[in-house]
Design a protein around this ligand. Structure first.
Ligand code: SF4
Length: 148
């Protein structure tokens, strides 16, 4: 993807109301997904959330899984928890042993507080694990990041 294209899909341009209209869902539904950690909100000027094309794509993917496959929100949390973030971030065995996401594994890694490993200094919204691991790409990514 070209740099300008990348910047465009990343531009925060939709309010929560516009995002809901584009997706034909309610604002309440988007808030529910955020609360469950399926999407990371970006807040501007204090509290206002704005969404990019990438966020809209992510929400679209979640909607599809829920409507077509009848997955529940907890089921999608578990699916997203299968991201091999430890392989992307390359954590040591010691870090993995202390990592709540690695040890518990029923929610996406970015929903846990990380204070004792590499993730403590990283911003989840910009992290490859969050960005590349959408709900329909998990299998491909597991193969890509864990093959020897
Ligand atoms: S920085 Fe955030 S998204 Fe990336 S591996 Fe760590 S917790 Fe997960």
């Amino acid at each position: 993807m070209e740099n300008t294209e990348k910047q465009n899909i990343d531009k925060p341009i939709y309010s929560i109301g516009s995002a809901a209209r584009v997706l034909n869902i309610s604002v309440h539904t988007i808030r529910k997904y955020e609360k469950a950690g399926l999407i990371i909100p970006r807040r501007f000027a204090g509290k206002n959330r704005l969404y990019s094309e990438l966020d809209i794509e992510r929400l679209r993917c979640i909607r599809k899984e829920i409507s077509n496959k009848k997955y529940s929100i907890p089921a999608i949390q578990v699916i997203l928890s299968h991201n091999p973030c430890w392989a992307v971030i390359n954590c040591s065995d010691e870090e993995r042993n202390k990592c709540p996401a690695y040890q518990n594994g029923d929610k996406p890694c970015w929903t846990y507080k990380h204070s004792a490993n590499k993730c403590a200094e990283l911003e989840c919204y910009s992290c490859t694990v969050y960005r590349d691991f959408q709900c329909n790409k998990i299998k491909d990514n597991i193969v890509k990041y864990t093959k020897k």
